[in-house]
Design a protein around this ligand. Structure first.
Ligand code: ADP
Ligand code: ASP
Ligand code: MG
Length: 421
């Protein structure tokens, strides 16, 4: 039996028909190596951003179901075009969307998790020698409704397919040459990592390093899928391998720096200081599938016996959260709810910071030297995150990258342009 290789190509890699031909070359080369190939593709270029913009011009709060119907169409275009480009090179290829395969997800719109992938159709077609092209980012519920996995979710489609098929490897082809110590669009001389552990990559991805969708790393770790991030535009470079265990005890304290500009801070003011209040508040948000990231509850005011509770959520959940929070004034007796969207989360990540004192204080000192005010702080064993004003992100990232000794003397090769939403 041949080995199965899953390859995933992001939006920049399939942005126009010339780039789709380039992808077809890479796919065929893998087939010529004697492997069975399953290819996962994203929507072309900024297609998904444009679809979001159109929907938002009609209503600020589009229905989740219709939004998923709309956004899933982007990937539908790329799979058909790539299958044609592969066929034009004389190879047998067939495209499938999630419904045709049976990529079954939860019944949740805009960030559904994959529950199961039916592999019979995939295996039948691989056995017939076909190259299979699959639409990333989308799924289908048991009831036949289209869902999407969340922005950037094609990475997760690819890793989940690799796990379901017992693939030899999952290669994520993108517009940079691998995983860097920070976003090479912000710091031109960021260093490319040869290897990074699943744990560090997971924290980096959650902290905003959108080179990999966080859930793709989670899935790769859970099912031990060997995962590589590499460039569609320089296939000689082997990119970055995401591995189980990195060099033991040899870490620099910080492996990478990341920024997340997609969050908003919500402050629920003057909440009574009594048991059950946090459970009611966060329970109501959880019921609406709103994930909360950083949380701070201030020291109770002894006179009024109240607290302020501040937390951050993804901006895409803000409209839904506002509806939940409107009821909270009555339910838990808050006096006001304030929203601050002028924020960004910057994080340092590294397994080497475990049991090494002084890393967080070095970060705070670097920010203080730049006169950057920290609005919230959170930590995990291998991550420190600070919430700052959006305007401070670039200088904060550049400074932390230098302070933690992450620079390279090579300028990173970056293709494509920034998303326009
Ligand atoms: P694709 O469309 O291929 O999925 P994405 O735009 O989702 O590509 O992810 C690639 C982008 O991730 C890069 O162009 C880069 O700007 C950004 N990025 C952020 N942090 C990092 C990092 N630490 N290493 C590499 N790229 C990063
Ligand atoms: N096309 C989707 C997006 O832009 C999914 C992806 O690119 O992974 O978010
Ligand atoms: Mg992506």
């Amino acid at each position: 039996m041949n080995k199965i290789i899953v390859q995933k190509f992001g939006g920049t890699s399939v942005a126009d028909t010339d780039k789709i031909k380039n992808v077809a070359d890479i796919v065929v080369r893998e087939k010529e190596n004697g492997n069975d190939v399953v290819v996962v593709v994203s929507a072309m270029g900024h297609t998904t951003d444009h679809l979001v913009k159109m929907a938002k011009s009609l209503t600020p709060n589009p229905s989740g179901r219709e939004m998923d119907m709309l956004l899933s169409t982007g990937e539908g275009i790329s799979i058909a075009l790539l299958a044609m480009a592969i066929q034009a090179k004389g190879y047998d290829a067939i495209s499938f969307n999630a419904m045709q395969i049976g990529i079954i997800t939860e019944n949740i719109h805009s960030k559904a998790r994959i529950l199961d992938i039916k592999t019979n159709k995939l295996k039948e077609n691989l056995d017939r020698g076909k190259i299979i092209v699959v639409a990333g980012f989308q799924g289908v519920t048991e009831d036949g409704d289209i869902t999407t996995l969340g922005r950037g979710g094609s990475d997760t489609s690819a890793v989940a397919l690799a796990a379901a098929l017992g693939a030899e490897r999952c290669d994520i082809y993108t517009d940079v040459e691998g995983v860097y110590t920070t976003d090479p669009r912000i710091v031109k001389n960021a260093s490319k990592l040869e290897q990074v552990s699943y744990e560090e990559m997971l924290e980096l991805a959650h902290a905003g390093a959108n080179v990999l969708h966080p859930r793709s790393v989670e899935t790769a770790k859970q099912f031990s899928v060997p995962l590589r991030v590499r460039s569609s535009f320089n296939i000689e470079n082997m990119g970055t391998l995401i591995v189980g265990v990195d060099k033991m005890e040899m870490y620099k304290p910080v492996a990478g720096v990341a920024a997340d500009l997609s969050q908003v801070r919500v402050v629920v003011c003057d909440v009574p200081d009594r048991p059950g209040v946090a459970a009611t508040l966060f329970g109501a948000l959880a019921k609406e599938n709103i994930s909360v990231d950083m949380i701070i509850q201030s020291y109770a005011n002894k006179v009024s016996n109240t607290n302020d509770i501040a937390f951050t959520i993804d901006i895409s959940d803000l409209e839904k959260a506002k509806i939940v929070l409107e009821c909270m004034n009555d339910t838990i007796g808050a006096s006001d709810v304030k929203v601050d969207d002028n924020i960004a989360k910057i994080s340092i990540v590294g397994a080497g910071m475990i049991d090494r004192p002084g890393i967080a204080s070095t970060m705070f000192e670097a920010l203080a030297k730049l006169n950057i005010n920290i609005k919230m702080i959170s930590t995990s064993e291998i991550k420190v995150s600070c919430l700052v004003d959006k305007k401070d992100v670039q200088k904060a990232i550049k400074s932390l990258h230098t302070v933690f000794d992450l620079e390279s003397n090579v300028i990173a090769d970056v293709k494509g342009d920034l998303p326009d939403v």
